[in-house]
Design a protein around this ligand. Sequence first.
Ligand SMILES: [Fe+2]
Ligand SMILES: [Fe+2]
Length: 193
Amino acid sequence: VKLLRLATDPAWSETSRRDLAALLSDHLHCERKAAENALSLVRRYAARPALVARLTRLAHEETSHLVQMAALLEERGLSLRADTPNHYARALLAEVRPNEPERLVDALLCAAFIEARSHERLSLLAEAFGRDGDPTLADFYAALASAEDRHAEIYVELAQDAMPAAEVAARLEVLAAREAAIIAALPHASRVH
Ligand SMILES: [Fe+2]
Ligand SMILES: [Fe+2]
């Protein structure tokens, strides 16, 4: 799926790799929050069998990414840092409307944008680590990037189960513009977003 309106500024990948421990720590916490968010949707929408089936599997995959991130930190002799507020995700989730079914659809579409942006940024990191001459990190990031692309698709499909496709498409337009504005205003740092 092609969700993003705005490509990441090329200068971001330089800043992001300046502090590897900070970047890998933030990335580990992103995987953790991705799993937690999927599981909290399973709790809230337990009456939707397709959502439960797909998001439990997605959460399982995110926790496997979490295991891989923890192993990578250990391999590199880096210690995990505390989580810091994610202004990107917070600003996006502030767009979620309060009443059902809009609340569900918006939560799913915001998750789709976070996955799509993560896919873009992990792909940029894969390329940058390749240029740095670190094929282990390049391959690692390329593998994770392709998983996040599938996740974005799953969230969009689940939104289409909850609301007519035309309404989902209209909402995607609004959120795409908002996501582009949020990412453009975000300072560059050694973190995923
Ligand atoms: Fe992930
Ligand atoms: Fe994901």
